[in-house]
Design a protein around this ligand. Structure first.
Ligand SMILES: [Zn+2]
Length: 213
């Protein structure tokens, strides 16, 4: 099996977690529990896989390389080195790093803050301790917060971000984007971000029209 196929396979828990959290296909408590277990364990196998291949895959496009510019990065989990297939993909990556670092507080609050708030509200809803529509409200809030955070990163970072110096500080671990390539993750941010923004707004519209007598 190729590194690209294996990387895609190891990326699958990410959409599965989002599906479990936003659709609760196994019921609220089991979906939340399985989602949290997948989040907690993903790093254990995905990070070693990505780091082992960091010198021989382009972090931007994911293709196999034996030479190319190196990128040294300081992630929250420590200093790492990655590679790009050429100067163009290296500079796109450096712009993504620069953009993420310049907006690190916004990204952390948007993604981690929304996730934390969602888990608290969704757990409260699953246990029946909150208002009747709390589960759906929690999902809409999660979608809105994540969408607002990832849309600028997806649409602007690779072209408009400032070129990061080396070693580049980044606010999030890079192994997830390394699994399928940074370009693919940015496209997911663009498309899922737009879809989630629309879904969150439709939820607000439905809620406000339902509360009008
Ligand atoms: Zn490349």
């Amino acid at each position: 099996m190729s590194d690209r196929a294996l990387g895609l396979l190891l990326f699958l828990p990410v959409p599965i977690v989002l599906w479990l959290f936003t659709r609760a296909p196994l019921g609220p408590l089991a979906s939340l529990g399985l989602g949290i277990a997948l989040v907690a364990t993903h790093r254990l196998y995905a990070r070693p896989f990505a780091l082992a291949r960091a010198p021989r895959r382009c972090l931007w496009c994911g293709r196999a390389v034996d030479a190319g510019p190196e990128l040294s990065v300081v992630e929250p989990l420590g200093a790492t080195r990655w590679r790009a297939c050429g100067g163009d993909h290296a500079s796109r990556l450096r712009r993504v790093f620069g953009f993420a670092d310049a907006h690190s507080a916004f990204l952390k609050i948007g993604i981690l803050g929304s996730l934390a708030l969602f888990l608290v509200l969704a757990l409260g809803a699953a246990l029946g301790r909150l208002w009747p529509a709390a589960g759906a409200d929690a999902v809409a809030l999660f979608r809105f917060g994540v969408a607002v955070a990832v849309l600028p990163l997806g649409w602007l970072s690779a072209t408009r971000g400032p070129l990061a110096a080396q070693p580049a500080p980044v606010p999030f671990p890079l192994h997830i984007q390394a699994l399928i390539g940074t370009w693919a993750v940015l496209w997911l941010f663009r498309l899922v971000g737009l879809a989630w923004l629309v879904l969150a707004m439709l939820h607000v519209a439905a809620r406000s029209s339902a509360s009008v007598p």
